[in-house]
Design a protein around this ligand. Structure first.
Ligand SMILES: Nc1ncnc2c1ncn2[C@@H]1O[C@H](COP(=O)(O)OP(=O)(O)OP(=O)(O)O)[C@@H](O)[C@H]1O
Ligand SMILES: [Mg+2]
Length: 275
């Protein structure tokens, strides 16, 4: 085997889990054609099989997986300080195709990409998130800031890169790359608070890239008047919790207003009654 590293897991356990997936059908899959991730779920662990593992963030070569090793260490450090990241416990890679072993995230995807056309699912997610405590939102924003400031890239383009669980709150998965600044691709180091003003609204119901995938329009059209009112009210409650969390974490009101006034940010905010 070309490369194998284990961090907070013994190699036998990691190898056993990886071998078991060879007789399993994957439970989930990634969206990116490049990595073609297939996810296999165990009670405590998730095993991800992927292509092109020797590339970080598509464009940066990581032939010896030193970047990935560095990321794995940083994630464990973040976790040790109470940040809700799902770390990398082990990886194996042979010629670019490989496996990662992670703890299984608790709860469920913030919003599951496969279920966004299902009104019952969306209504129940939004009602549940509206009832989530403010401390979970505060921690979500605090964690975004800490992860970004540690140079780790958060993929905000997928709401299934975040999990929510009533006991431990929001968790971050799919943390496989540093930001471009770490790789020397830009002079601009991302600032945690600035990134949070964008990513902190992710728990709201909206399409991140509605020009590419619009699930909101058809879902709204399929709701009864009462369902629509409930959706809009609960979503507004989530929106307010996100805003409060940003303020509680020291994000300037001006930065929040600037973000919200941007027409490309939550393009559906009017139809969703958020503003
Ligand atoms: N540790 C985990 N615990 C539970 N589920 C997971 C875990 N890791 C991944 N998954 C599931 O597998 C899916 C794909 O994983 P991941 O997002 O890491 O892959 P990806 O290739 O980066 O996907 P994409 O590029 O489309 O964002 C996730 O959206 C989630 O549903
Ligand atoms: Mg993902």
């Amino acid at each position: 085997m070309a490369i194998e590293r284990c961090f907070n897991i013994d190699p036998q356990t990691a190898r056993r889990l990886i071998n078991e997936t060879k007789h399993m059908t994957n439970d989930k899959s990634g969206e990116s054609n490049f990595y073609q991730t297939k996810t296999y779920l165990f009670d405590e662990y998730a095993v991800l099989r992927m292509q092109n593992m020797l590339y970080r963030n598509v464009s940066t070569s990581d032939a010896d997986l030193k970047h990935l090793e560095n990321i794995a260490m940083t994630l464990l450090d973040l976790q040790a300080t109470g940040i809700n990241v799902v770390p990398i416990l082990a990886y194996q890679c042979d010629n670019g195709t490989g496996y990662m072993v992670q703890p299984r995230a608790k709860g469920a995807e913030l919003y599951d990409r496969e279920k966004m056309n299902d009104p019952t699912y969306v209504l129940s997610r939004v009602a549940m998130l509206a009832a989530a405590p403010q401390v979970h939102y505060d921690r979500f924003v605090a964690d975004i800031i800490a992860i970004v400031d540690a140079g780790i890239l958060i993929d905000f383009m997928g709401k299934d890169n975040f999990f929510y669980d009533a006991s431990c709150g929001f968790q971050f998965i799919d943390l496989n790359a540093h930001d471009d600044h770490v790789y020397g691709l830009t002079d601009m180091k991302p600032q945690g608070k600035q990134v949070a003003a964008f990513g902190g609204f992710l728990p709201c119901y909206y399409d991140i890239a509605s020009h590419y995938r619009d699930t909101v329009t058809s879902l709204l059209a399929s709701l009864t008047a009462a369902q629509r009112t409930a959706l809009i009210q609960n979503n507004k409650a989530i929106f307010e919790q996100c805003k409060s969390a940003l303020v509680h974490n020291g994000v300037e009101q001006q930065a929040i207003n600037d973000m919200l006034s941007h027409e490309r940010f939550i393009p559906q905010k009017q139809v969703l009654g958020l503003v």
